[in-house]
Design a protein around this ligand. Structure first.
Ligand SMILES: [Zn+2]
Length: 164
């Protein structure tokens, strides 16, 4: 999945769970669960791309993160849940962060960070539904995930407001 739905789901997890270890574990698992759902992705390939292609992907990813973090901040601003939500969001995109670091080392330094290989392979295998070729449904799935997470955050915000 692109990063925004991952971030939103991570934030929803962070806003609902009180223990940071539990947030860490559940947010990480959420990443792989979401990647198993058929979804749309702007990064088709990150291994073996040119430096310029890699920079383009980096810019897209940063914009993607900016959108996700802005929505979370907007929904939870001035709330004590903003911190756990952002921490949940961070862990929810961490697996893609490792892929980024892996590719960065390869593209620019020709280093092969082999200790990351098991994680990269696992992450790759999770995308087993990539053969299904309905772009429309892929985008719908992704939007539905983001909308559900926004709904949870929205509802959490209303509960906090009432408590004030
Ligand atoms: Zn991923």
């Amino acid at each position: 999945m692109i990063l925004t739905p991952h971030l939103l789901v991570g934030a929803a997890i962070g806003s609902k769970i009180k223990n940071y270890w539990a947030i860490f574990i559940i947010a990480l698992i959420s990443h792989f669960v979401l990647d198993a759902i058929p979804h749309w992705e702007y990064v088709i390939k990150i291994v073996g791309v040119s430096g310029n292609e890699f920079l383009a992907i980096t810019v897209e990813a940063l914009l993607d993160i900016l959108v996700g973090v802005s929505v979370i901040s907007l929904l939870l601003k001035h709330s004590r849940l903003a911190k756990p939500a952002l921490i949940g969001a961070f862990f929810a995109i961490l697996p893609d962060g490792f892929i980024f670091v892996h590719a960065l080392a390869q593209v620019f330094f020709n280093w092969n960070l082999t200790f990351l290989d098991p994680l990269i392979n696992f992450h790759h295998q999770i995308h087993f539904s990539d053969g299904i070729d309905f772009l429309f449904w892929r985008i719908i799935a992704e939007t539905a995930v983001a909308a559900a997470a926004i709904l949870v955050l929205w509802q959490t915000r209303r509960i906090i407001k009432k408590q004030k």
